[in-house]
Ligand binder design. Sequence first.
Ligand SMILES: [Zn+2]
Length: 703
Amino acid sequence: MPTMRRLYVFCFRIVFSCTVLPAASFAQSASAQASPELPKLEHFDSKMADPALDPCTDFYQYACSKWMKANPIPADQVSWGTGSPLQIWNESVLRETLEKNAADDATRGAVQKQIGDYWYACIDEKGIEATGAKAIQPELNRIAALKNKKQLAEAIARLHLIIPGAESPDSNQTDAAVFGFSGQQDYDDATRSVATFDQGGMGLPSRQFYLENDEKSQAIRKKYIQHVSNMLVLGGEKPKQAAKDAATVLEIETAMAKMAMDAVPRRDPKNVDNKMTLAQVEALTPSLDLKKYLALVDAPASPQYIVTSPEFFKGLEKLIQQHPLDAWKAYLRWQLLHGEARFLNKAFVDENFNFYSKTLYGAEQQQPRWRRCVRAADRDLGEALGQAYVDRAFGPESKARVLKLVNDLKAALQQDLQAQDWMSAATKQQAVVKLEAQLEKIGYPDHWRDYSSVKIGRTSYVENVQHASEFEFRRWVNKIGKPIDRREWYMTPPTINAYEDPQTNTINFPAGILQPPFFDKDQDDAVNYGAIGTIIGHESIHGFDDQGRKFDAQGNLHDWWTAQDAREYEARGKCIPDEYTQEVPEAGVKQNGLMTQGEDTADNGGMHLAFMALESALARAGKDMDAKNSDGWTPRQEFFLSAANEWCDNERPELLRTQVLTDPHSVAKYRVNNVVANMPEFQKAFSCKKGQPMAHENACRLW
Ligand SMILES: [Zn+2]
């Protein structure tokens, strides 16, 4: 991914969770060793439901509390759920491949050499320790050599090239230095890419972290400023100067937070689709030498430039004028050290962990190095590494079964679209055209990315990361002005996640999530429709959620709704943010249902579609939804138990707070309870009565 986050790719699930395997089985060395045993995956087990509880009071507790009691959070994790063992399983498979290729052996092919050397340099803690802060000195020198503010553009370009994007949400590389830049599919002409300037520049997870004044927010900022100061000291500053510079950094970033567009208006593509000529962009921030920046990142000429938030770039002009060059140098030093800390010696890694993993997400211990190296390799060389994962974990049989499920879910959506009594025939027809054009991608890409130009060596981990980041940044920039490739993936094959992209009109399911407990070839239909079925449904519905519906079959931001139908949609859709705007007591903060509206709409529609698809599948097979199986459950009940099971998750309060404030997804409990409480199908399954918490009186139903 580029340093700028794609705005309209909708993920299904973010796995924050991982675990620690017995330390003895993982020596911290790159030498060949016996592969550790793969961890045991979770499989759905209906015995995990707690008969002592009432499913109509709190279904999440009913389905998950036994599992959650039996599975506390390991010290190096910020959450632990039924999908967590799969995360370790996937990483272990990658690790085997990396280790196998780590020996300096002349028989290795080019790809094996690349991934093997990457692993060797990353796992070599002794070598990294011996080099210490010297590894980042050449980059610090570049910043020190800046002579005037006109050269800021050069320094920013350099940071954009060498700092990677996020490999996982808790890695917290959330924003590019000062602003973001990339190639992006044009909102109005889905066949091509245009250049996009985005807001950025902040080290905390969202603008609220700078602007809210409650006690908790103030305490986090106090720790943040100390962290910035500690990092600057590690980068070679005297403590007194570092403390002063940290205050400057917070001042600059707070100003950026004030200028930046909030997450809620940013959800609406119309608000960020601001097209300009290059001269117009330059006029927003004349102090920034944009021509120089574009030349340094080799940006092709763009037919137009999108500026997601012009106000941010106007504000940036004032900010550049207001602060002297030395203040900007301090800010750039911090951005550099922040972006590269994870790839440096232990003092940097620990300091970064203390703030980002501990303060913001509640982790108590660092994950073992092998896991951090596997995820970095997946981020940097993901499609080279992913081929071995697919060979091992995702055969043609699984692909065929998942494709069948996807087709069943699409048929359910087609049926659902036709059944809407509030939609006119004209809009329905357009909706069906869009659904039929939706392309599904399952498992892995048809063509694997060629990384042969990325220079990877055995001696410097941080340089390897910088080279891979530069490759990735340039790859995105190079798309500008060129046609779009719908077959390209934005996630690597072992990723436990899925996404819909309204601009390519695709739904995408990496092989990493097509495993137990999400997809389990040994389980019956009710279990699989409840688990992976709701995920597939969720992604399909994104094309018709409150923002996704604004894109047409070709992926253009083009209104295909009649005015009356659009009004009806808005009126019905509003039920969802009204319901989800709620206090989250475990997190100590309030959820903003307008920020999570798209995901909540997809959660509700997705589970409904999966249920419809299960009904059809059982009807075709001549099976009864209400016939009890040997465990005493009916398929109707098992579907919901399985849908809840994939969300069973223990979470640290720090994670919950940060998640509620920044994540467009609701937290696990509400992804189950709020959805089932909107479903008469659920109330029938568990005989819930009117007035019980899991039977909403004003149930939302859009799709
Ligand atoms: Zn989603």
